[in-house]
Design a protein around this ligand. Sequence first.
Ligand code: ADP
Ligand code: MG
Ligand code: ZN
Length: 487
Amino acid sequence: MSGKVASGGSVRSAVIGIEIHVQLRTATKMFCPCAIPTDADEPNSRTCPTCLGLPGALPTPNRAAIEKVIAVGAAIGAKTPSTTRWDRKNYFYPDLPKGYQISQLDLPLAEHGSIEVTTSAGVGSVRIRRAHLEEDTARLRHERAGDGSRASLIDYNRSGVALLEIVTEPDLRDAETSRRYAEELRLLLRTIGAADAEMENGQMRVEANVSLRDSEEAPFGTRVEVKNMNSFRSVERAIAFEIARQNELLDAGGSVTQETRGWDDTSETTYTMRAKEDSHDYRYFPEPDLPPLAISDAWIAEIRARLPELPAARRARYVADLGLTAYDAGVLVGEPRAASLFEAARAAQPALDAKLLANWVAGEYLRAANEGAGEPEPKQFAALVAAVGAGEINGATGKALFAELCAGPLDIRAVITERGLAQISDDGALEAIAAETLAASPQALADWRAGKQQALGFLVGQAMKASKGRGNPARLGEIMRRLLDAQ
Ligand code: ADP
Ligand code: MG
Ligand code: ZN
């Protein structure tokens, strides 16, 4: 996991810290009763005096949003203060109608947590410095009219949506781990129902701070903040690019300037957005329109008790209790819909072979789901996997039934009986089918005698067809081979 980069004879180490903004999954905005807008909403249709920043309009905190951040804190092992406060972060921008953003400075709702991240190099822990609540800004759209003149449009629908900011310590050392961290955070947020965190539509925005130093022991170098990545893949590529760019710059005798750079997905490069002074003077002060908020231990305990099983714990359980490989456990837990089908199928048939079930969920189910197939009914899915596991139907029949099950309701037990799908494993019956097939395929036999190994596969295929797909393919293969050898 070391982020050492070598070029031109020098070896440097990368240091990365990540700031992520995520829109919380709430029914209404952070400080007003406006509904959370969707892309289908008319611009400026989801607004009120509070989120438009009109003079005299007062904020009312959204309890659900606060509880979601406390839940995030509990899930990452962070500390939540007994009293928190809202602070005004003052700056002017057209997307910020009040001229300030309500945020949290000294008393974030969660502080000093960590997240476990697994990469190709192993398992590591990333420390979370803080997670706090704030409000989102409006959205600006820059346009050029037909006559060439420019105009900027403002849509206040997003203004005031509850936003969670999560900042890591500078613990990351390479691009892959940084991407995995962002993916793991998203999985955690989705698992606890705090956010949907879709990167593609801006619900989750990742900013990476990247610097290089001469060795793992040297003090941190000057950092560059990279933003505008709209996928996990872009996060990894942007950081890798930035590490390489800074390395080349240093090799050439130059120095890194502290600045904010944007990621361009098309050219796969970063470009200067703005030079950044050491710290902005936001003139933070306690928000006078909102009183401090007391958070009792009982409230925190209640929220903690409602947390579902978290991804890291679930992976560990799948490996330790169910005997899955770490890889399979990672695939299942990484896809919430796969994990929930796996759980539901196990609940329906507790004795079902967990490894076989995991293979079906990670393989057949995820492939179909990614192609847009419907959800199979878990109880019937469990019955199907059990029938395959018991050798009652063969794999091909299982896959055909699975496709039907995704398309609509199906009674697996009834269908196996009614359609006579039970696999033929009886050697006598299989031998008869194999012998008939062989007798009807003199060309294949000639091929086999001429040393063509493919003839066997062809004959087994023909025999499977003759069995109407119900033969046990492994047994048929053995029998056909025996018949050929005896010729
Ligand atoms: P700001 O609020 O100005 O963006 P912070 O000090 O809060 O700056 O840090 C923001 C992020 O940058 C954090 O995730 C932190 O871990 C990371 N960071 C700070 N210094 C460095 C550095 N030299 N190299 C890489 N990341 C850094
Ligand atoms: Mg920053
Ligand atoms: Zn509003």
